[in-house]
Design a protein around this ligand. Structure first.
Ligand code: PGA
Length: 248
């Protein structure tokens, strides 16, 4: 079983979200995989409706949320609002949130907590920049980001995913090798098991960063890679389906 997640970023409003599902052909995709897309917040409801009409195999999530339930927070979306719109998952701490919007590790922890309180499955994103990789600091950075969110990820309900997305591989066409992905995932896995107990062996660890139909099978078969978080290649229904087919 693999997780195939599509992060649409700031693409695909309601009409394009509906068109995506009208065109999505999942024939040949193995049973049992978790398929999810993350549309912009304004398109969640349209995507949820279209996903249901298309057979209900694809879940929908929110790309970001604020940790308060409601209030004077202009421009933000809360977890209960995302749930009301039909979301079941929440990306938290995507590198664009951290690096373009200045989201801190404290913020990501609060967001993970809010997602869990309201029954959204958090997908915590972690990953190093190119400078950090060159300086040999991959483990340090990934563990720091993971540790900040760990208090909000108790073993009582271990339904959450972690996505390892090296910043230098996002939207650049540069992909981590399967060995790079396995190494970082093994670090994440060891820390999760240490902090949360043996059950954390089942937490799906996703790789993200320039995943495409042509490299998905190789990445998905790497050790400790339980799924992929796909940006650009998830906007086209044929390539999203091809990546899901690559999971076997
Ligand atoms: P990409 O984005 O596949 O376009 O590199 C991945 C992501 O940011 O989740």
């Amino acid at each position: 079983m693999a997780v195939i997640a599509g992060n649409w970023k700031m693409h695909m409003g309601p009409a394009r979200a509906r068109a995506f599902f009208d065109a999505l052909d999942l024939s040949g995709v193995g049973d049992g995989h978790d398929l999810v897309v993350f549309p912009p917040a304004v398109a969640i409801e349209a995507a949820v409706g279209a996903a249901k009409r298309a057979g209900g195999r694809v879940g929908v999530g929110v790309q970001n949320l604020y940790w308060m339930d409601e209030g004077a927070f202009t421009g933000e979306t809360s977890a209960p609002m995302a749930v009301e719109a039909g979301a079941g998952f929440a990306l938290v701490g995507h590198s664009e949130r951290r690096h373009l919007f200045g989201e801190s590790e404290g913020d990501t922890a609060l967001k993970v907590g809010a997602a869990r309180r309201h029954g959204l499955v958090p997908v915590l994103c972690v990953g190093e920049t190119l400078d950090e990789r060159k300086a040999g600091r991959v483990d340090e950075v990934v563990l720091r980001q993971l540790n900040a969110a760990l208090p909000a990820l108790t073993s009582a309900d271990r339904r959450f995913f972690v996505a390892y997305e090296p910043v230098w591989a996002i939207g650049t066409g540069e992909t981590a090798t399967p060995a790079d992905a396995s190494e970082a995932h093994a670090t994440i896995r060891a820390r999760l098991v240490d902090a949360l107990g043996p059950a954390a062996a089942d937490v799906p660890l996703l790789y993200g960063g320039s995943v495409k139909p042509g490299n998905a099978a190789e990445l998905l078969s790497a050790d400790e890679v339980d799924g992929v978080l796909v940006g650009g290649a998830s906007l086209d229904p044929a390539s999203f389906a091809a990546i899901a087919r690559a999971a076997g």
